[in-house]
Design a binder for this molecule. Structure first.
Ligand code: GDP
Length: 526
């Protein structure tokens, strides 16, 4: 197959959801359609469940699962579809944000009973920052949920995106009769796990006798009313507004019953974007360019603590990635080659000879990679758009075993490069402050420092609640601010100055009093 046809076949996306909305279940159904797995239950949830006493074995097991499920690939309709898995647990949200930098679109799963939840809003904010195209799947229609029109309003209001229903539910909960495809004018009758997926899908006019006799007068009238309202209120579905990230097509269904999923998948295949072009610090890279380029968006430590090697996940952005060929590691200005690059299937991993834009390859790494690192065929460029977000919890690392100072330093450094948490340095004394979004990240760090590096530490809570990256047109003003606020200034992994604010109020006061200084809540800004 030519490079062009390989490229055109690629679709790379992530499923995002608040925990328990049905992300794992939907992933599994999509893989079943693609024949990538044969039975339900084959996809392991990467959910980190926290018991009252921290169960580290459990976390270790979960880490294993999360390597296995990092990328899942399946074929459908002659497309090669890559699903990038995202941890749902809010303490690992940073990992999810970074994964979203490596996809071309997302499917958002909503629980129809709960509507838009906290984590949904945060994840969508990240998608909105980069105008990622979104398709929405309203799940659990077999349960009594919110009214569909109310859900649509809630989606628009809370997620700051327009919506356009493509399928529409006839009732819900115990009376759920199925979904009506608004564009194809077909009714798909609800049944749990239909053996033949095409079964029971009929084309009906919305005001036909047949439809009435099938679903009853009352439901037929309601559907007719709803459809009129939808056509009156919502604009016709337009692929371009979807691709610009302005309008999200909406589907209703029940993932666990494998119902309404095919409609979602078919539309996804029709409308979702091919591998998109990506920005770098010098120019935009098009996927069609013949020369290979890609960036690392995730690093995973080996779960065997005796080996400190890691797997770096690289998204191919342009050209063809080839096994055993030398590539330029731009930050280190070093040539590297990979004799065993992996590609991941639902339940296995295989060495690959070639990978194309949109693909994700797993590269064995002995400490060369940081999140955001770029590989090219020689060109000096760095992909951008892989920012750090302000953490919410800050703690200072205190060495608890003076004999192991070196190990601690190395461990903290490597774990932060892996993206387990953000590391900030404060003066005087090179104090190390770790920033996270959740408690669990601290536990993972402490545990891994001990087991992988033999270093002991404790954490001392710091009263900060936000980190803001600082810039100014006026270098003197910035230097003066840093001097005056020294007790609240830290430096990030790239030596950029950051202001640590204890409260929103303090942050606001500092902004007002220092108009020449700009405070950024992410590490990348234009
Ligand atoms: P995740 O946390 O988003 O990955 O959610 P899971 O896929 O693990 O699903 C959470 C729970 O919801 C599980 O018990 C599923 O069986 C259940 N679930 C998923 N889809 C549906 C559905 O369509 N209807 C109902 N009633 N339950 C569902």
């Amino acid at each position: 197959m030519s490079f062009q046809s390989e490229l055109k076949r690629r679709r790379t996306f992530a499923i995002i959801a608040h925990p328990d909305a049905g992300k794992t279940t939907l992933t599994e159904k999509l893989l079943l359609f693609g024949g990538a797995i044969q039975t339900a239950g084959a996809v392991k949830s990467n959910k980190i469940k926290k018991s009252t006493t921290s169960d580290f074995m459990e976390i270790e097991k979960q880490r294993g699962i999360s390597v296995a499920t990092s990328v899942m690939t399946f074929e459908y309709n002659n497309l090669k579809i890559n699903i990038l898995d995202t941890p749902g647990h809010k303490d690992f949200a940073e990992d999810t944000y970074r994964t979203l930098t490596a996809v071309d679109s997302v499917i958002l799963v909503i629980d129809c009973v709960k509507g838009v939840e906290e984590q949904t809003e945060k994840l969508m904010e990240v998608c909105r920052m980069r105008d990622t195209p979104v398709i929405i799947f309203v799940n659990k229609m077999d349960r009594e949920g919110k009214a569909p029109f109310d859900l649509l309003d809630e989606l628009e209001q809370k997620l700051n995106i327009g919506v356009r229903p493509i399928t529409w539910p006839v009732n819900g909960g115990r009376d759920f009769k199925g979904v009506y495809h608004l564009l194809e004018k077909k009714m798909n009758f609800f049944a749990v796990n239909k053996t033949k997926l095409e079964e029971d899908i009929f084309e009906y006019d919305i005001d036909s006798e047949e439809l009435r006799s099938k679903i009853g007068n009352k439901d037929a009238e309601q559907l007719q009313e709803d459809v009129e309202l939808i056509e009156g209120v919502y604009e016709e579905f337009d692929n371009k507004t979807y691709l610009r990230g302005e309008i999200a097509p909406v589907f209703f269904g029940s993932a666990v019953s494998n119902f309404g999923v095919m409609e979602l998948l078919n539309t996804f295949c029709d409308v979702s974007p091919l591998p998109i072009s990506r920005e770098t610090n010098v120019r935009v890279v098009e996927p069609t360019e013949p020369k290979f380029s890609g960036f690392v968006f995730k690093i995973h430590a080996n779960i065997d603590p005796r080996h400190r090697d890691r797997i770096a996940f690289l998204r191919v952005c342009s050209g063809t990635f080839e096994r055993s060929k030398f590539y330029e590691h731009v930050r280190l200005d070093k040539k590297l080659r990979f004799s065993n690059p992996y590609m991941f299937m639902a339940d296995s991993k295989n060495v690959v000879e070639e990978a194309y834009p949109g693909d994700v390859v797993g590269l064995y790494d002995t400490g060369n990679f940081k999140i955001g690192d770029t590989l090219t065929e020689g060109e000096e460029l760095q992909f951008t758009g892989i920012p750090s977000f302000s953490p919410e919890l800050f703690r200072e690392v205190i060495n608890a075993d003076p004999m192991k100072t070196k190990q601690l330093e190395k461990g903290v450094q490597q774990l932060s490069e892996e993206g387990v948490a953000q590391l900030f340095t404060m003066q005087p004394g090179n104090r190390k402050i770790i920033g996270t979004v959740g408690e669990l990240q601290f536990e993972v760090i402490q545990h891994r420092l001990l087991h992988e590096y033999g270093a002991k530490c404790r954490f001392e809570a710091k009263p900060y609640s936000k980190a803001c990256w600082l810039t100014s047109e006026n270098p003197e003003a910035l230097a003066e601010f840093i001097r005056l606020k020294n007790n609240f200034i830290a430096y990030d992994k790239d030596e950029n100055p950051v202001f640590l604010a204890e409260t929103d109020w303090i942050l606001r006061m500092n902004k007002e009093n220092n108009p020449e200084i700009t405070f950024h809540t992410t590490s990348e800004f234009k």
